[in-house]
Design a protein around this ligand. Structure first.
Ligand code: HEC
Ligand code: HEC
Length: 346
């Protein structure tokens, strides 16, 4: 934080000088805002608010390097960024219904999109992780993902000149420890905030919905809002939406709690950025939004704990369907998926 304040005073000083320095001061001001945590107006308070993890440019940049670092996998082939790619809103992309880790091993679940993570109460499709700062430990330890112990990961980093420098910049000395490692990646993930879709612009009074988008918004409110709550388009609760049980017999939240009333419940994902996050659901079973809507009206399975809202038959006319798709399209944030702050870096 001190770093930012120092820059701000330099900016004020420079901006009174000449035309040239004015340009410099503008970019510097942008830099300050760009690396500060974002809480868009009208959104609920975030669950993870960096209260113990002061965001600085250098810590964020360390986190960004770590996110794209294949050294953090057993065979040095896979980074977080392989399964979570920016252009796909940090999912694994259209070719992977389930994740693809070290030694070409396949997981059993679809890589979720990573954005607006600070508002989740629990992480993973089943809520197995309860804090953004420890999230990283799960893919590291997973034999089908990175398969590297934390101590090995830290050991590799502490031998690297590049990381000695990055840790020094971020924390003042070259010590590589788990606290620093976890906090830096949490800063990168916590700044992945997507709030510049057309929907957001309409809410800010900067744009207008077309007639079809407006009608689709009404359909959304009747059919989807119950779980996919605005403005995040999820309440991040766990619900059984009625998907037929998959070949892995994945029972979702039950795997974590052992509570029969949690069987087949999965975390409600956001409806933001669906244009980039194909395929859909915890196992990537649907490849189009049309498939999702066909399931919604004709495919709901009556499995244990089916949400009462889904037990009622839902009808969506052809017109309503096309309006709803138009509305869902307003939730795509092109700025987010091309934001240079989040691009792959080595
Ligand atoms: C081999 C692919 C793979 C790699 C590598 C990987 N992930 Fe993931 N990630 C997944 C999958 C699959 C899930 C969902 C797992 C589940 O629900 O059980 C997930 C879940 C997550 C979540 C939770 C998102 C949510 O909505 O709850 C976060 C955050 C995350 N990963 C960050 C990371 C970070 C940071 C790294 C690198 C240290 C990483 N991932 C490496 C595949 C991967
Ligand atoms: C009863 C709660 C509920 C309602 C109502 C609901 N959903 Fe969902 N939705 C969920 C849950 C839970 C999941 C995750 C299911 C899974 O993967 O097992 C989900 C997943 C999705 C996904 C996949 C997203 C991704 O990242 O993979 C899409 C798309 C979706 N819903 C769209 C809709 C639309 C459109 C509507 C309204 C027509 C709707 N949902 C209504 C609970 C609901």
């Amino acid at each position: 934080m001190k770093y930012f304040i120092a820059i701000i005073s330099v900016v004020f000083f420079l901006s009174s000088c000449s035309k040239d320095t004015e340009i410099i001061s503008n970019t510097t001001t942008a830099t300050i805002n760009e690396y500060a945590p974002v809480n868009p107006p009208g959104w609920p308070a975030p669950v993870y608010n960096f209260s113990n993890n002061d965001v600085t440019y250098d810590k964020f940049m360390l986190g960004r390097h770590l996110f794209y670092e294949p050294m953090l996998s057993e065979d040095t082939t896979i980074a977080c960024g392989n399964c979570h790619q920016q252009y796909f809103a940090f999912t694994n992309g259209p070719d992977h219904n389930v994740s693809h880790g070290v030694h070409d091993l396949l997981g059993k679940r679809n890589s979720p999109a990573l954005f607006n993570l600070n508002w989740h109460t629990l992480y993973m499709w089943d809520g197995a992780v309860n804090n953004l700062e420890v999230q990283v430990l799960a893919p590291l330890a997973n034999p089908l993902e990175l398969n590297l112990s934390l101590s090995n990961a830290l050991n590799r980093l502490s031998k690297s000149t590049k990381y000695k420098n990055l840790f020094k910049k971020a924390f003042g000395d070259t010590v590589v420890d788990s606290q620093r490692f976890l906090k830096a990646i949490a800063q990168f993930m916590g700044l992945l905030v997507s709030y510049n879709s057309k929907y957001d612009k309409v809410k800010r009074g900067e744009d207008n919905f077309s007639a079809s988008e407006k009608n689709g918004y009404d359909v959304y409110k009747i059919q989807c809002q119950y779980c996919h709550v605005e403005p995040l388009f999820s309440d991040y609760s766990f619900k059984n939406k009625g998907l037929p049980i998959n070949l892995y017999q994945d029972s979702g939240r039950y795997r974590v709690t052992g509570n029969p009333s949690d069987q087949f419940k999965f975390k409600v994902p956001s409806l933001r950025n669906l244009a980039f996050t194909v395929p859909y659901m915890h196992d990537g079973r649907f490849v189009t939004l049309d498939n999702v809507l066909t399931f919604f009206t004709t495919g709901v399975a009556n499995t244990p704990n089916l949400d009462p809202f889904m037990a009622i038959p839902h009808t969506v006319s052809v017109q309503q369907k096309s309006d709803l798709l138009a509305f869902l399209n307003t939730l795509n944030d092109y700025k987010f998926v091309t934001d240079p702050r989040f691009k792959e870096i080595h």
